[in-house]
Design a protein around this ligand. Structure first.
Ligand code: ZN
Length: 494
């Protein structure tokens, strides 16, 4: 199928028809985590959003190179550009090597992503592994006259850049606004202008993460890694750069400035950003007591949580909102998502029990129509909530089929199963959880089927005591058994 895939480009502020720079191939770069703490909800949303993009591009037949970095140096505490390095601080507090901190939390991040069924990227470069490339980038910007050395550090000259190019085009601000909104911080006397940002920082004597450079023993500024690594692995022009909306300014704005100042043009064709997550309407933050890690969600071990929520419930919840809308987490909303996911996975299980009919009312046309509607939603800037609503309509049809209120042909049944499975598992990346509801329900479903077979046999033998006992005791457990002309159907009343 030929797709007209539209994505919203933050830079042009409109939906654009996606056209890769090289036919058949897509290069995408997404800003990954700074690895100094346990992964939390704020990590789940971008990783799931761009996992959907990655999956869908591959589904459409593109060869995709997906680069998602690990920030393990250079992300400082204040405005990302001042104060102590976040990883070095954690290492100091826990008396560890910074790389022990980075390694530990990278592993924790990978475990959480695996649980959320987020596919690993094609390349996962670490900032500390690309110091040489970052130094080269800084040299180019210096040679082109858009940076200056001050006290062993190198700063980007925003004002000079803005005279020729526009600083602020991604976040839609002008330099004057940026100047008026920037705070004066310690160490800024080194900068010619408070809006200038660090490309290279000279390390203070107590700073343990340091590398030699032409300017000082120091470390790269936070924004340089993504420009240097994006270019190394995807080339000087590539298709998509993504991340959370909180990265638009200053991080991605600075990335654009670095690219243009070094090579004369922006590297990125489409900039994509996911919106943020709030908890009970509030921003997530350690000081607000609503900072919940993914592991706490999975175990339910947090005072704000009334129960544990499985990784697939979290994934389904995130996909029930469009990625550019805000998402508000609450126990009620998560419980609704858990039920919705169960309904979808149950319907897929039920499909296996549906008996096709030669004269079935539904044919493969029904599945084709469902597929077209789901593709239209995905092609409209990855509209996963609409895809889910179409799948829910299909669940309703599946229930009619199991209740024998509707019928379907063999071909129609196979096509329906194929469409529902493709969207649920391959494109939305949902899965039945191990040891979770999926596997257990499958096993008990088979046990109920077996009991009903025994009951049919008992009825055939006019053994009413056994057949009544099975029906009555199943009813007492909450199972509703319905006799039809072709046997019995059951469902669990919840
Ligand atoms: Zn980045």
């Amino acid at each position: 199928m030929q797709h007209s895939f539209f994505i919203y480009n933050t830079l042009t502020r409109q939906k654009e028809l996606f056209k890769p720079l090289v036919p058949g191939r897509v290069g995408m770069y997404v800003c990954g985590p700074t690895v100094y703490g346990d992964p939390h909800l704020g990590h789940a949303r971008p990783s799931i959003t761009f996992d959907i993009l990655f999956r869908y591009l591959k589904h459409m037949g593109y060869k995709v190179r997906y680069v998602r970095n690990i920030t393990d140096v250079g992300h400082l505490e204040h405005d990302a550009d001042e104060g102590e390095d976040k990883i070095a601080k954690k290492a100091r507090l826990e008396q560890l090597e910074p790389m022990e901190v980075a390694e530990y939390y990278t592993l924790r991040y990978h475990q959480a992503m695996e649980a959320l069924n987020v596919l690993p990227p094609s390349i996962e470069p670490h900032a500390t592994g690309h110091i040489i490339e970052q130094i080269e980038l800084v040299k180019e910007i210096l040679n082109n006259g858009y940076a200056y050395v001050s006290e062993g550090s190198v700063y980007f000259d925003v004002e000079k850049y803005n005279q020729k190019y526009r600083y602020g085009k991604l976040s839609n601000r002008n330099l004057e606004d940026v100047i008026n909104n920037s705070r004066t911080l310690d160490g800024q006397d080194e900068k010619h202008n408070q809006v200038d940002f660090a490309l290279w920082k000279k390390a203070q004597p107590q700073h343990i993460m340091r590398w030699p450079s032409p300017w000082s023993d120091g470390f790269p500024g936070w924004h340089t890694e993504c420009t240097a690594m994006g270019r190394k692995y995807l080339g000087s022009h590539f298709d998509i750069h993504g991340g959370g909306m909180d990265l638009v300014f200053p991080h991605h704005e600075c990335e654009i400035a670095q690219s243009v100042a070094s090579q004369g043009s922006d590297m990125v064709h489409y900039w994509m950003h996911n919106n943020m997550i709030t908890i009970n309407g509030q921003k997530m933050g350690k000081s607000l007591g609503n900072f919940i890690t993914l592991e706490q969600f999975f175990t339910g071990n947090h005072e704000k949580l009334t129960e544990a929520y499985s990784p697939m419930t979290i994934r389904f919840f995130i996909l029930q909102a469009h990625y550019r809308s805000t998402v508000d987490f609450s126990n009620e909303a998560l419980q609704a998502s858990r039920k919705g996911l169960e309904r979808l996975l149950d319907a897929l299980k039920q499909l296996e029990r549906v008996q096709p009919q030669v004269q079935g009312q539904l044919t493969a046309d029904y599945a084709k129509e469902l597929q077209t509607k789901c593709y239209e939603a995905m092609d409209d800037d990855l509209n996963t909530p609409i895809v889910i609503s179409h799948l829910f309509e299909a669940c309703h049809v599946v229930n009619q089929l199991t209740d024998r209120k509707n019928s379907i042909t063999q071909e129609g049944l196979e096509a329906l199963r194929q469409v529902m499975e493709t969207f649920t598992f391959e494109i939305l990346g949902l899965r039945a959880e191990q040891g979770g509801s999926g596997q257990r329900e499958e096993a008990y479903g088979r046990a109920i089927d077996l009991l009903l077979d025994i009951r049919q046999q008992a009825k055939a033998n006019k053994d009413w005591t056994t057949s009544d006992r099975i029906r009555n005791e199943l009813a007492a457990m909450g199972f509703e058994v319905k006799d039809t002309k072709d046997g019995a159907t059951w469902k669990l009343n919840k």
